[in-house]
Design a protein around this ligand. Structure first.
Ligand SMILES: [Zn+2]
Length: 136
């Protein structure tokens, strides 16, 4: 991806000034930054980043990371990441919530969804723990 292109997380900022630093290994400052960078990682097919930022308690978490990564890549290659809208961000020191709408298309069909995600901070890094509500 061209570093000067707009970041796929829809921040309207160039990728190199937005989510690239997280994808390169910098810890996200807060759960919102992590959430945006995970959306951008799906759009850029960065399965390693999705795996690295998922909490082991997440239902999607698998110790078999190679087949999990294949699953992530199958999803990301079959999906167009049309847009991201942040609905609500509830920050906290160790626990935070982000409600967002991800505008997606799969096989020409709308696959947009809204989710309230729970994030936890462990060892100075934020992780995606689970989805609190579907279809908010
Ligand atoms: Zn971004």
């Amino acid at each position: 991806m061209d570093n000067d292109s707009l970041c796929p997380c829809c921040s309207q900022k160039p990728y190199c000034e937005c989510c690239k630093r997280y994808h390169d290994g910098a810890p996200a400052e807060n759960a919102l930054a992590l959430m945006r960078s995970r959306y951008a990682a799906y759009a850029l097919h960065l399965a390693d980043y999705i795996v690295a930022t998922t909490h082991p308690d997440n239902p999607a978490y698998s110790p078999d990371s190679s087949s999990w990564k294949k699953e992530i890549l199958r999803f990301s290659h079959n999906t167009s990441f049309v847009g991201l809208k942040i609905v609500e961000f509830i920050d906290g020191a160790k626990s935070a919530y982000v409600t967002f709408t991800a505008y997606l298309k799969q096989n020409g069909q709308d696959a947009t969804f809204t989710e309230k995600s729970h994030f936890v901070k462990v060892g100075g890094r934020w992780f995606y723990k689970n989805c609190q509500t579907a279809g908010v």
